[in-house]
Ligand binder design. Sequence first.
Ligand code: PLP
Length: 260
Amino acid sequence: MICNVLSIAGSDPSGGAGVQADLKTCSARATYGMAVLTALTAQNTQGVSSVHAVPADFVAEQIGMIFADIRVDAVKIGMIANAPIAEAVANALLPHCGIPIVLDPVMIAKGGAALLDVEAIDFLKTRLLPLATLLTPNLPEAAALLGEPVAGTRDAMERQAEKLRGLGPSAVLVKGGHLGGMQSPDVLVSESGITWFEAPRVPTKNTHGTGCTLSSALAAELAKGGSLEAAVATAKDYLAAAVAKAGTLSVGSGHGPVQH
Ligand code: PLP
């Protein structure tokens, strides 16, 4: 049977990030993708010009309608835009916390645009982190959630992953793509301990939506019932292949999307 994956995230009309990336990833990973929109953005591969958040009660209504009718095998949460939406998403998911939930704490787009209000960080920490099966911050997001400097070493990444796990998620994958060097190391901290995942860094500017793609691939694999470690390995392989194929696209002149 085909698994159903629900993305709760923002829209990227250029198709590279947000729910558009999530739905493409779900299809490519042989799952059925669904999308609850939290925000509309006006953006292209060069940047975000503005954000229009969906009213929080309408976000809750969208989630309610899905669960009232459709079996959900995994949830991915991406851009939540503001504190009322964070609260609404938490309240709507609370009765369903047996389902794997991948939380990508989207804060700032690559071009620098804020995708989350600063005051929403507290709601993200206190209301959404405890619901997450897997939290997937990059280094600046991990630092912002902890109120600490950005990790510059693997030891610091491990420490921050453990601290973040102390805030409630069952597992944390800290993504080390911002560390620099030839490798792109990610660390997974879960109840089974610490696992490092290595991938060669791919020199490319086609990185738009890589975080969205990884987190929705993770949700797809967890929906299928895979272990956390297997899901991370598969999702990272999928993302690496999608980045490698990005050159076959001709989409915009900024940070281009990956090819699913
Ligand atoms: N737009 C939306 C709706 C997103 O959800 C995200 C990331 O999660 C972005 C833009 C940012 O994408 P990137 O930083 O990869 O360019």
